[in-house]
Structures are given as structure tokens and as C-alpha cells.
Design a protein around this ligand. Sequence first.
Ligand code: FHN
Length: 598
Amino acid sequence: MQSRNWSLLLLSLATLAAATTRTAPADESKADLQRITDTPEQYAQRMKWFGEARFGMFIHWGVYSVPAGEYGGQTRYGEWIMESAKIPASKYEQYAAEFNPVKFNAREWVRLAREAGMKYLVITSKHHDGFGLWDSKLTDWDIGRTPFKRDPLKELAEACKAEGITFCLYHSIMDWHHPDYLNRRAWNDTATGTPDMNRYMVYLKGQLKELLTGYGPLGILWFDGEWENAWTPERGIEIYNFVRTLQPSIIVNNRVGRAPPGMSGLNKGQGVGDYGTPEQEIPPTGFGKGVYWESCMTMNTHWGYNKRDNRWKSPRQLVRNLIDCASKGGNYLLNVGPTSEGLIPDPSVERLRAIGQWTKPNAEALYGTEASPFKKLPWGRCTQRADGKQTTLYLHVFDWPADGKLLVPGLINQPGRVKLLVGGKELPARKAKEGVVIELPLQAPDEISSTIAMTIPGKAEVTEARVTPSKDGSLLLEPVDAELLGKQLRTENLNGKPDIGSWSEAGDYARWPITITEPGEYEVTAELSCEAVGTFTVEVSDQKLTASSPDTKSYRKFEVKSLGVVKLAPGNHALAVHPIADHWQPMNLRCVLLTPKK
Ligand code: FHN
């Protein structure tokens, strides 16, 4: 399954940077290849509700819930069962006759989402198998072919309106069933004729028009399945313009565009969509104010219902994921995969109720907050809310200090009122050299995450987090501590570990403030990956090392390389890694290590 990468997110941001106002041509058939874009103010207004919502429900529901993960003696499948098991379309279509969700109750689903603290709901109108969850006039491969003669999308749209939840739709570009989708599967034995993507575009637009004109205002059109060669940036822009023309205020995710190749560099200007969509992961850091993104995740390990999948994330992990996203300025889109009877599995219901136990009393610390002013906090996360005169910092304490003293490192501001958000117990706080120290009760109020609200005058001011020596005298310089300067350089998450990447610009560089306590020589090593050898310098104090990256053949394959030795005096320094422009090749940097030479 296609994994998401950070250039996807950056592509949509690169496009948004070129914010000018254009309108789609009157005749959609002559859609020019310029994407409809907004002025920065229009974009901010359109994204406002999304940036405040922080938490949504994802629903993967379709005929794949009938086999519930099982086929041909295998039990590992989910919504990809048709593709993964290469089920002939003629056989797969038979599942429609068994899809009869008589226990489906839209209001119950939406109320469950609302009580969990979710503000929007994204459901699959059509997943990759092409099956429509509404009765489309353009095909009979939809809910009309099932014994269930109702319209679940209509019922959910009405329930969302009644419960004050924003209704949104997921729609797959890739379509394993439609005869005109270019990458036709060999097992699509019901397809006839020659695939024709221009005809498929007419079909895709026709179905989107049914959805965009038949179910009221939608919050988001969540595209997916854009990665095959059937799809192009031009088609992505055409669909984006088509959708925005029908519902100008709608938000479109970045998967309407064409996924860029790998992690190296960016096919600039081809990014489409309004926000980024990291999948099954949370970025190591945020992307700055006004940059919107949403991490989508399963609650167990499948998007579509798999009756044997009991690998459920704990309520603690789910709540902390939500807080982690919010602390980096992003949203959390948490998935449920209902059964063919129309029930959300009990373990999902239990977890959603448990999440609601946290979101309800801590709502002030979540919705409408901004990202943390701290690069990292050893005991948890932070969100904040500023009104111009003062700022409230919401300290989300995962690891309650045993000694009852919580250091907020690097905070320069004088603390005002400090209290437990739930219950309001006032807490003594004092300025210290390293930041602000808060005296806590010995028992954490909430074992998942306890919120402390601290008001400070004006805006949060935080000293630069310096990297200091470990007990063995070494200094580990990681992405989260780095200042990334330039146009594209970003923290990424290759193979589940943070790294610095998208280093396509030779003018971009990484810098770490460090503090040396022991004078002497330090060996400099780095953990790097690249697909072609490039050269760069490591500059610290008044010394400059010149080094080249090892060709590891893949950005995902890292190697440790010694870069040389520097001599450092005690005190504050800055270590920077600069590309050498005329010999530069993008690389990914996981860390730099300074090890004192004995
Ligand atoms: O292939 C799909 C997958 O089935 C699921 O819908 C996820 C959800 O974001 N998106 C694609 C994989 O990236």
C-alpha cells in the first residue's frame, strides 16, 4: 500500500504559497491547468473550521465488510480484499447481495462521534473497489444492487446536521471495477472494451456532481488512490477546480494531485489540494502556523472491517495521538470500520467513549488551539491559545513527575495563574534559571494525560533549546532540536524515525545550538541516506569539515559515517550542516553525533 511522504504535504504547501485569485473557466471542458486558488485571507477563512476542529471520524464502509477480511483461506484482508486476493469482479459483485446493514443507525454513529469529541466525519462514498455507497444514476455497482434500499450517505448527512458535525466524503480516484479506469486489473472480468481515462473522467465528475449537489454542503472531499500512472497532475487540478466550482467553500485534501516520486525533491508547482495527509503516522514536528495537515489512522490495523483483527490501540495511545497532533498544529482523523450489518465494532465504540472521557473536560485545551511554542517537552506536549494580551499554555502531562516538580524548560515568561484545568486547583509556580517550575500534587489527576493551564503575559517566549552533553560527554543532534533554514528542508519520518529531508535546495541548511562543557577534540559522525553522492560541510565554532554523503542507494537506507574531528572549547556554539552547491545531491540526515575523543 502506498505510504505517504512529506513531499506530498509540501507539494500542497508549495502550491498554496502561490496564492492568487483565479476562477475556473465557465466551460469545465476547457478547464485550464491553473488550479483555483485563494488569496491568503480567503484560504485562511476556508480552512478556519478545519484548523479548530482537531479531531474527526474516518469511516471505511462498503461491500468488503461482507467477507470481513477472509477469502481463500486467508484472514488478513480489509478494504483491499478484491485487489489483494485478486477476486474476479464477477465474484466480488456477489457480496453486494449480502450487504444488508439492517442494524445501521446513522444518528447513533454520529452521536458516538460527537460524544468522542469528533467535529467532522469522513465516510467512503466510493473506495477503490468502485462500489458506491449511494444510489448513483451512472452505475448499478452501488447500494442499489443490495437488499438495503436506503441511502446511508443521506441518512448520515442528516444525522450530522442534527448533531452539529461537519459531513465529509472520501472518494477514490482509483477504481478497480470501472471498465474505463486505465490500470484495469486482469481479474476485472466484467469490464469490456478498451479503458479510456477521458471517459472515466466524465464518470468521475458525474458521480462527484451527484455527491456535491445531493448531500448538502460538504466540509471536505477526501480524495485517495491517486498514485497510479492513470492519474496526472493535470487531472488532479481539473478535478480540484470542478469540485471547488460546485462547492467553493469545500476543502480538498492533497491526494487529488499526483503523488510525487519518492522523498527526493519536489515536483514543484504540481501540488494540488488544501492540506497534507500523513497516514498511520504523526509528523515529528509541525509545519508552522497556517499550514494544515491531518494524520489519519486506524484504531486496530485495518481500515475496512476485519473480524479477526484484535490489535486495537489503547485509549491512552489514541488520546495521546490526538494531543500529539494538536500540539504540532494538526488534526487526527481516527478510523472505524463498520460491519456489513451496520454496526461499529464494540472495541471501537469502547475506545471512542473512553476518548470522550478525556476530550469533554479538556476541550478548552484542544479545539481552536495553536501548536506548541516548544520544540519538545520531556514529559508530554503543549497547546496554546493567545488573545494578544496574554497566552494560556496548556501543558499536557503524560509522565507525571515523581518529585511533584514540573519544569517547563526554556520558558522565559513570568508565570501568571497556574491551575489544573480539570477541577481548577491552583498550583504554585516560580521562575527558575532553566524555565518555570510548577509544584504539583503527587498524584496525576488523569493517567492518560493531565492538563495544566498556565497563563503568561503576551506571547510565549522560549529560549532556544540547546543540545547539551549526555553523561558520557557526547552530544546527539537530532531533527527535533534542529533549526531548519531555507525553502524546502523539513523533518520527515522515514521508516518511523525522524530525519531531516526534502533537502533539494543547496541553499537550505540545518543548525543546532549546542553547549560544550568539556573542552577537547570531538569526533563528528552522522547517520545519512542518499541515492547519489553529494558533498557538504559541517561548520562549528571556527572549524569547517568537508564531507561527502555515502550512496546508500535508497533514502530509506541509512548509514553512519565519520565526518572528521573538531576541537571545541567550553561554552555555547552552533553546529551547521551546509550543502556544497556545485556538488550537491539531496540527502536525508537522521542525526549528528559529537563524541569526545579520549
Ligand atoms: O489504499 C487506501 C487505503 O485503503 C485507505 O483508504 C487509506 C486511508 O487513508 N488510504 C489508502 C492508502 O494510503
